[in-house]
Design a protein around this ligand. Structure first.
Ligand code: NI
Length: 247
C-alpha cells in the first residue's frame, strides 16, 4: 500500500491494523559513467515495493534528495545542507506521528545520509525526553550493508565491487529500470580507491565519479539477485521492528 496512492480513509483504516511505515530515502547524485543519477533513490524505492508485495505495509513517498556535497563537481547532482535534511526528516516523522504512526523504518540507499538521519532521530528522542512524551521509534536500514548482499557482491565481483557507483547498486538500479541500462567502457577498468573530503577533492581523485568499482559488470540479472536478497532481509527486519509496536 502506497501513501501517495491511498485516500485518507484508507490510511485511517491502515492505522487500525498497524502504526508502522516504511520511508525510502536516497540521493540525486552522479554514479559514474554508466550509473544513473537516481541510483540511490531507485534502489530503496524498488526494495520497498518488493516488501509491499509480500507484507501489509504502508510505503511513504521516497525522499529523493540527500547529502551529496562531495558529488557537486559533476553535472546533475543536487545536495541538501545537513541541517535541511535533518529538518526534512524530523518534519516527515512528526507529521506522520500526529496521525498515529509510531514506527518509522527508513530504507536508505546512500551512505552520505547516515549521519544526518541519526542526528534527526536524536533530535526527536531528545525533544520527547525533555517533554516527558513518547518518542517515535525509528530504524535505519542501509540496504547494501547486509551480510548476504556483501557476500554476493564479493562472490560475483571481488575487488571490483568498489565503494561508490558500486556494481551491486548499479545492477539493482538496472533491474528496476532495464530500459535505462548504459553500455560504457571503463578506463581504467577498476577505478582508484581512497578517502574523500569535498567536491574538488573528489573530482581530482576520482575523475569519472567511481570509487574502486567496475560497474561495467552490472547486469539486470545480477540486480534481481540483489533485489531478492534485500527484500527478504529487510522484510524480516521490518517485521522484527514492528513487533515492538505492541510491546
Ligand atoms: Ni550510490
Amino acid at each position: 500500500m502506497q501513501l501517495s496512492l491511498s485516500t485518507w480513509q484508507e490510511v485511517d483504516a491502515y492505522l487500525e491494523r498497524s502504526t508502522g511505515i516504511i520511508i525510502p530515502i536516497g540521493s540525486t547524485e552522479q554514479h559514474g559513467p554508466n550509473g544513473l543519477i537516481g541510483t540511490d533513490a531507485i534502489c530503496p524505492t524498488r526494495i520497498a515495493a518488493g516488501i509491499e508485495e509480500k507484507t501489509d505495509v504502508l510505503i511513504a513517498p521516497t525522499i529523493n534528495y540527500g547529502m551529496a556535497q562531495h558529488h557537486m563537481a559533476f553535472a546533475g547532482t543536487v545536495t541538501l545542507k545537513p541541517s535541511t535534511l535533518i529538518s526534512l526528516v524530523c518534519d516527515v516523522i512528526e507529521s506522520l506521528q500526529q496521525h498515529g504512526f509510531s514506527h518509522f523504518y527508513f530504507i536508505n540507499g546512500h551512505g552520505g545520509n547516515i549521519p544526518a538521519l541519526g542526528t534527526a532521530f536524536c533530535e526527536l528522542y531528545h525533544a520527547a525526553s525533555r517533554s516527558r512524551s513518547s518518542s517515535p521509534r525509528c530504524r535505519l536500514a542501509n540496504w547494501w550493508r547486509n551480510d548476504h548482499i556483501t557476500a554476493l557482491a564479493r562472490e560475483l565481483y571481488g575487488e571490483a565491487e568498489g565503494h561508490h557507483a558500486t556494481v551491486s547498486e548499479v545492477a539493482l538500479s538496472y533491474f528496476a529500470h532495464p530500459q535505462a541500462v548504459k553500455n560504457v567502457a571503463m578506463n581504467p577498468e577498476i577505478a582508484p580507491d581512497g578517502e574523500i573530503y569535498d567536491a574538488i577533492d573528489f573530482r581530482r581523485k576520482f575523475p569519472d565519479g567511481r570509487i574502486g568499482s567496475n560497474p561495467a559488470l552490472a547486469t539486470v540479472a545480477d540486480g534481481e539477485r540483489f533485489y531478492q536478497l534485500a527484500v527478504e532481509a529487510l522484510s524480516a527486519d521490518y517485521q522484527a521492528f514492528i513487533t515492538g509496536a505492541t510491546q
